[in-house]
Structure formats: C-alpha cells, structure tokens
Design a protein around this ligand. Sequence first.
Ligand SMILES: NC(=O)c1ccc[n+]([C@@H]2O[C@H](COP(=O)([O-])OP(=O)(O)OC[C@H]3O[C@@H](n4cnc5c(N)ncnc54)[C@H](OP(=O)(O)O)[C@@H]3O)[C@@H](O)[C@H]2O)c1
Length: 325
Amino acid sequence: MVLITGAGGFLGTHLTGALVKRKEPVRCLARKPADRAKLERFGAETVLGDVLDRKSLERAMAGVWAVCHLVHGIEGDDRRKGITLEMIDQLGAANVLDACRANGTRRVLYVSILGASPAARSRLLASRWRTEELIRGSGLDFTILRTGFVIGRGSRGFEGHLSLVQKCPVVPLPGNGKVLHQPIALSDLLSYLIGCLDDPRTCGKTFDAGGPDRLSYVALVGQVAQALGRRRLTVNLPWGVVRPLLSLGSALGLRRAGVLHEMIASMQVDMVCGDMEIGALMPGPSKGFRESLAEYLAADPSRGEPHENREDYRHRVLPSRGAHS
Ligand SMILES: NC(=O)c1ccc[n+]([C@@H]2O[C@H](COP(=O)([O-])OP(=O)(O)OC[C@H]3O[C@@H](n4cnc5c(N)ncnc54)[C@H](OP(=O)(O)O)[C@@H]3O)[C@@H](O)[C@H]2O)c1
C-alpha cells in the first residue's frame, strides 16, 4: 500500500489516478469529504486526516510501505489561526516521518521546489529547504524531487499565470521578468515520481526535475499569449515596490495578500535545474513547454481563442517549437 498525503490536491489527485491505473494499492490522506469522494471514485482507499494531527497519520499508515508526501502549506498560512506555512511544511513532515518510523515504513518520496535553499529570502523556499533537511536526516529511504511550474489541469501556480495572461491586456511582471523557469509537463513529473518509487537507486537522493526548456518569465508570458492568440504588453513591477504593498496588505489582515507575497517572493530566484542527474537513471522529460501548453489548451478550448477543433489548434501552436529564449 502506498500512502499519498495532500492527495486531494493537484499532484496528489493525478498521482492517485496514475498509481491506481497500474494496480498499485493506494491510500489517500485527505482533509475534505469532497476530496475523499473524488479519490474514492478512482478506486483508492481514503482516510480523513491532517498532517498536523499525529493520530490521523498513525491511522493512515497501517500496512503502508511507501509514502508520497505532497502537502503544500502556503494556502494554509494564517497567523490569525496560529498556523504558518512553516508548521505545515516542517511539523507536518516531521509527523509523517515519525509515523513512518512507528509503523516500520521505510520509503518516503517528497516533492519540493526548485530554488529551495538555506540562504533563500522567501519564507516558502527557506521552509522547503528545512523540510528537505528533515527528510534527508530521517534515516529513511527518501527521494526528494525538486520541481518548478508543473503544466497540467489543476496546477494552481501555472493556471494562475495563465489566467493573468488571459485576462490582463497589460501583464505585470514581478521584478525584472528575467528570472528563469524550467516548467515540466505533468505527465513527465508523474513518470519521474513513479520511476523513483520503483527504483531503489533513487534512495537517499535529491533530484532536480524540470522540462527540457529554460525560459525567462517574460518569455514564458510571451509564449502563453501566443498560444492563447492574444496580443499582450508587459510592465515591470519592481519587487521593491510590490513587496511593501503586499506586506501592508498582509499586516492589515488581508490573508490573500500574505499568500501572494510569499508566492511572488519565491519567484525572485531562478527556478531551474542545477543538474539532470535523474536522467542517468530513467528517461528524461518528453515534452517541451510549447507542447505541454498546447496539450493543456487543446484539452480545454475555452482557454484559448475560438478554433474549429483541437487538432487544428495543436498544429497552429506547435510548428514554431524550439524557439525558446
Ligand atoms: N503544482 C506545481 O506547479 C508545483 C511546483 C513545484 C512544487 N510543487 C510541490 O508539489 C507538492 C504538491 O503540490 P500541488 O500543486 O499538488 O499542491 P495543491 O494542489 O495545493 O495540494 C496541496 C494539498 O495539500 C493539502 N494540505 C494542506 N495542508 C495540509 C495539512 N495540514 N494536512 C494534510 N493535507 C494538507 C491540501 O489540502 P486542502 O485542499 O484540504 O488544503 C491539498 O490537498 C507541494 O509540495 C508543492 O510545493 C508543485
């Protein structure tokens, strides 16, 4: 049995579907009854629980040989409730690791973020580094995959930027727009995750997992606008201006301003792979940014401009493949 935490989220839901499809027994830890119902429709077992509730983790862990820890704390960051993203990341991971040890579960997979570092100025990236360190020091058979934008249905970060380009004739670029990204297609990230689960050579390793293309944020916005068939201008919003405004909003109790602050702060550093060491152990990513984006949009034509059919759309977007900056 494989336990997935954060199973009701974007990656958790897709990983549940992929593991069930290959007949792997899966148990999902979810917080909301609606997520539970969604995951049970895949044929997975579910347990209602929270990584900050140790008892629920003990219940979820029975008979489990591997845990995929996919909890994302940023949306839960709420000082008024006394819950911070650091607690969800670090205390949550510590609880998962304790429950693993108590149950004799040895295998742990964790998805972290490219850019996580001890020197990070963003709370999100600094917290991810400390969470990684907890996992690396756990004595368990861990694999950590660090990734950036994931292109797929339900990916909050990617869809947020897509909808910005869709709705705003002038797209604001936090900072100078030159920060680099290395987006990955959901299908490629799932292949990596399942590949790591299957391959004991990945134990004790932290891998960077990105797609084949590196592009600046301004280039990414340009490609999205082109794929949507929209003309877009961009305007630089220096971080020195954005930060005090969001900090003020956060201090005034606007929770969304606080979440946005942390998300934009984490986008001030390059989110690219330092190495592709994982490529020595399993096949590399199969889809570039343009192709992943075209597939994403073709699956939901309402996202782009009207067009006759999905195949037309794919052909219109894909010919210029390879011209990334
Ligand atoms: N999507 C991306 O582009 C991307 C990029 C880089 C890294 N990652 C990493 O991949 C992992 C999964 O990301 P995602 O995109 O799937 O995130 P997501 O869609 O936001 O899902 C996160 C899940 O965590 C759950 N969660 C939050 N607090 C919890 C708690 N205290 N106990 C139990 N569950 C809790 C959420 O449940 P509720 O809905 O009930 O809050 C949700 O199901 C994260 O570590 C994220 O940083 C994702």
